[in-house]
Design a protein. Structure first.
Length: 289
């Protein structure tokens, strides 16, 4: 296929550019190359490149969305709609990445959210990402929606990505104990993307590593993988509640996800978050050699 990737400069966009380029012809567009909120610019790119698939990795993140809802609407709703419409006009499919934050996160049964659960976001980011999903599906029937969460990997210094590096250097980290979700190693997400695209079934997928953890449990497991003692880990990992972090946007407390469509396609769940983290820790250690 010929594939356009919008938002190719970010963590996920860069990794998908790398993985998809091994099989397909990829046109990787960073923010400076394409403003997805500019409908005319999106039309021009799609007409020029004539892709079979448009992949949207462009996104406005959680706290900036809370602080600027107008920007959030433009990037996370209007932008995906532009891409979906332009793709539909030339007969192309679209793959749009969404989020666990479409869910309220208040369930008390310890279960995992599936596409059968009601979407009820608690912050601006979740609301616009849900609206973006709906805009894409409405504009283009050939749509893949991938909801993912807590994505980490090389190239973006998020909490999850930086924890092994900081602990390796004996630097302290603050880890939230009362927010739980599914983590997603970006290399595993790219592999699952390849697998789903090869099957060609449109729909809403939950693409995350198996299992559930808090930020604190993730950090504690990283410490164990690095060979730190329990005493060393306790001295480096500072337990915090979400309320203590004073972040602009409210975070849902419980949003682990499971994928019904992957099951129907015969795809096994993505590997457990601990195994994925072990793979990332190995990658971090290789980089330091």
């Amino acid at each position: 296929m010929k594939v356009i990737i919008a938002g190719a400069g970010g963590l996920l966009g860069a990794r998908l550019t790398e993985s998809l380029s091994s099989v397909h012809e990829v046109c990787a567009l960073k923010r400076a190359d394409l403003d997805i909120t500019d409908g005319a610019a999106v039309d021009a790119v799609c007409l020029r490149e004539r892709p079979d698939l448009v992949v949207n990795c462009a996104v406005a993140q959680v706290d900036p969305c809370e602080q600027d809802p107008q920007m959030a609407e433009a990037v996370n709703v209007a932008g995906p709609r532009n891409l979906a419409r332009s793709a539909a006009a030339i007969g192309a499919a679209i793959l749009h990445f969404s989020t666990n934050y479409v869910f309220e996160g208040t369930r008390t049964d310890g279960g995992f959210y599936t596409i059968d659960d009601e979407t009820r976001p608690v912050n601006v980011y979740g609301r616009v990402k849900l609206a973006g999903e709906r805009a894409v599906i409405e504009a283009n029937p050939r749509s893949y929606i991938f909801r993912t969460s807590w994505v980490y990997g090389p190239g973006k210094e998020s909490f999850l990505a930086s924890v092994p590096k900081k602990l390796r250097k004996k630097e302290s980290v603050q880890a939230i104990v009362d927010c739980y979700s599914s983590t997603t190693y970006v290399r595993d997400l790219a592999r699952r993307t390849d697998e789903i695209l090869a099957r060609g079934r449109y729909g809403i997928y939950h693409t995350v590593n198996a299992g559930v953890c808090s930020y604190y449990e993730f950090a504690a497991e990283a410490a164990r993988l690095l060979g730190l003692s329990e005493e060393q880990a306790a001295g480096l990992i500072m337990k915090r509640s979400e309320s203590q972090m004073n972040r602009p946007a409210l975070r849902p407390a419980w949003t682990p996800m499971a994928c019904r469509l992957s099951d129907e396609l015969g795809l096994a769940p993505m590997r457990d978050w601990r195994a994925a983290l072990a793979g990332y820790v190995e990658e971090v250690l290789r980089e330091e050699i």
